[in-house]
Design a protein around this ligand. Sequence first.
Ligand SMILES: O=P(O)(O)OC[C@H]1O[C@](O)(CO)[C@@H](O)[C@@H]1O
Length: 444
Amino acid sequence: MGIKFTVQGEAVQKTEIFALSPEVRRCHEALHNKTGRGNDFVGWVDLPENYNKEEFASIKKAAAKIRRDSSVLIVVGIGGSYLGTRTALEFIKSPYYNQLKRDTPEIYFAGNNISSAYLNDILQILGDRDFSINVISKSGTTTEPAIAFRIFKQLLEKKYGKEEAAKRIFATTDQTRGALKEMCNEQGYETFVIPDDIGGRFTVLTAVGLLAMAVAGVDIDAVMDGAKAAMESYSNPNIQENECYQYAAMRHLLYKQGKTIEILANYEPHLTSFGEWFKQLFGESEGKEGKGIFPVTANFSTDLHSFGQFIQEGGRYFFETVLWCKEPKTPAIIPYDEADGDGLNFLAGKEMQFVNNKAFGGTMLAHMDGGVPNMVIQIDRMDEWHFGALIYFFEKAVGISGYLLEVNPFDQPGVEAYKKNMFALLGKPGYEALKVELEKRLAD
Ligand SMILES: O=P(O)(O)OC[C@H]1O[C@](O)(CO)[C@@H](O)[C@@H]1O
C-alpha cells in the first residue's frame, strides 16, 4: 500500500489502539453488512470495484468532446458536488493548473459561494472563449449552484443558441429525481449519475469528480486502481493489520481524552484543497448530536508563521494529523550565493524537499514536546493512484470513526438550518411566518 500510517510519541499506546479491536470489528461489520446507521448511504464502500463501467466510458467520451470544442470548462457545484473535484485537480495536477502550460481546457469552479465579485471575475476571465458547463447537484435546488448555473447557462444559450448550448451542458445529478434531472429531461443535456446510495461528500470517485478530472487529462483509470487497492487493503477487519482502522481508533481514543479538534496538516500547497475536502467529510459525518471532533486544517510551513504559536503553546484540546508526501512533484535545488548575506550557504546544493522534510520532523517533535499528540499519514507521491487510495483511506476511516462515536456518519440534518432561515429571509413562498420572526430577531 502506498499509504503509511504511524502514531508518534506516547499520547496513545499501540496496545490501547489494539484494545479497541472488538468495537472496531463491530463497526467494520456494520459497514460491510450494511446494518449500521445510515446504511442506505454506504454505496461508496465497494464503489472502486462496482462502479458503472459503461458510464465510465461515457465520461471519457464527454471529456474528449469538451477538450475538443472548449477552451474553458465551468464546473458548477458546492459541498460534495465541488470539493472533491477541485481537490483532485490540485492534488494530481496543480493549484496553478490553469496557468501552467497544457493542452487541456482551463477549469473554473462556480456556484460554491454567493459572491457576485467572484462570479464576475470568472465571467471576465472566460471572455468570449468557447466553453462548456458541468453542473453538479444531486438536488438541483441548492441555492449557490442554482444561481451560478442560471447565469452560465444563459450566457451559453446567448452565445451558441439553445440547441448547441444544450450539447455543451453536462449535468451530474440524481438518476431519476430532482429539479436538475427534470431540466435534463426537458433540455436533453447529457447526464451523469450521482448514485442513490452515495452521499455528496463521498462522491468524488463518481462522475462528480471524474468528468472534470478526465477533462484535465487525469488518468481516471489509475485513480480507480488506487481506490481499489485501498478498498482491498482496508477491508481487513483485523485492526493490527489495517492502518486505516488504526487511524480511526486513534482519533476515537484522543477524543475520549478530551482532544476535540483535529488539525490535518500538510507541507504542500497541492494538498490545501485536500484539507477542504477533509473538513466536509469529517465535519458533516461526525459533527452531530452534540458530539464530534472539529476538523481544521493547517498548511505548513505557511501556517507555522500564523497559528503555529497557538499550536505550540495554546489550549491543549487538539491533536495533529500530518499528511506527508515523500516525493516532491518536481525538485528544486537551493543555489550557492557568493555574498551569503542570509547565511544559507550551508544549504547550497540541497533539494528544497530536504528542507521541507526537516521542517516536518522538527515541527512534529516541537509540537509533541508542547503536548500535541501527533500521527502521520504518509504517501509516496501526489499522482492519480495515490489520490484514489487516499480518498478511500479517509472515507473508510470516517465511516469507522463515525460508528465508534455512535452517530449516523452518512446524514447531515444540521445543514438545513441555515438554508431554512435564508429562504425565509429571502421571501421564498411558504416561509412567511418564519420571515417575520427572523426579521424581528435581526432588528432587535
Ligand atoms: O448536490 P447538491 O444537492 O447541490 O448538494 C450539495 C451539498 O450540500 C449538502 O447537502 C450539504 O452541505 C452536501 O451534503 C452536498 O454535498
